[in-house]
Design a protein around this ligand. Structure first.
Ligand code: SAM
Length: 248
């Protein structure tokens, strides 16, 4: 693979998680961000741990296939590793990330990677959907929507989540996170996130879910969503939820 000359948030997260799929340009960007904000590894490890608990919780309801949007790098405790018995379709819009993901998953018969714009489910490849999310629209599935809401305005996010709700079968589950206003106290770091980045007050998270009904845990700091033990003590940067598409 030709070495990218631009950093990617997905590969920066891989660096913070201790993975092997990042380049010097990503490490430099990650270090610059940490200069402006502070240590990021504990925050992203807590977020990845939430992903694991969320998808295992969804699988425990009987769901055995997952569709992942804005998937980034499919390693370091990502969905197919957390629920190895399930089939998983990872999607992203970034061609470099998609190629990297396809290389990592080459040879897997349970997980694949393709293009998918989360805001337009019509962009999903029907053949990949058929293979890795069989019964899409007819059988309950898990939809993973992590690291994405922060890059969508309220109207686009609400419409996208509503279209997903309409597309999936009753009993489907959504795992989602929202960025808090944590970066407000770190303007230099905030500027590095680019103009599309949206911080939100926790009170605004619930209404954006629309028809999706959060499980009893609600929308909470990701460390507090069904913690395995005492919640990790990390800055309150991400809140998360698992929400259900009810019958009818
Ligand atoms: C912050 S990274 C998160 C990656 C991964 N979910 C994780 O938590 O490690 C956001 C990812 O979303 C992708 N992305 C941005 N806009 C998207 C869209 N409209 N649809 C799908 N993916 C998108 C980016 O290319 C990037 O890989």
């Amino acid at each position: 693979m030709v070495e990218p000359d631009q950093p990617s948030t997905a590969r920066m997260i891989d660096f913070w998680l201790g993975g092997e799929h990042h380049y010097p340009v990503d490490v430099a960007a990650a270090r610059a961000f940490e200069q402006a904000y502070g240590p990021c590894a504990p925050v992203f490890r807590a977020l990845r741990a939430f992903l694991g608990r969320a998808v295992r919780g969804i699988a425990a309801t009987g769901v055995d296939s997952f569709l992942v949007f804005g998937a980034g790098v499919p390693t370091m405790g990502n969905v197919h590793e957390a629920v190895p018995e399930a089939t998983v379709l990872y999607t992203d819009v970034d061609p470099v990330t998609i190629r990297l993901g396809q290389r990592i998953l080459a040879g897997s018969d349970r997980a694949g990677y393709g293009f998918g714009d989360a805001t337009d489910i019509g962009t999903l490849d029907p053949a990949l959907l058929h293979r890795f999310v069989p019964g899409w629209g007819r059988r309950p599935v898990g939809v993973v929507f992590l690291g994405l809401a922060a890059f969508l305005d309220d109207e686009t996010l609400a419409r996208t989540l509503d279209e997903l709700y309409a597309a999936v079968a009753p009993g489907s589950h959504l795992a989602i996170d929202f960025d808090t206003e944590e970066l407000a106290g770190h303007p230099e770091a905030l500027a590095m996130m680019g103009p599309a980045f949206r911080m939100r007050a926790p009170a605004s998270f619930g209404p954006l879910l629309g028809r999706w009904t959060p499980t009893a845990e609600g929308v909470v700091p990701v460390t507090e969503w069904r913690p395995d033990g005492p919640p990790a003590q990390v800055p309150d940067a991400f809140h998360g939820a698992v929400a259900v598409r009810s019958a009818g």
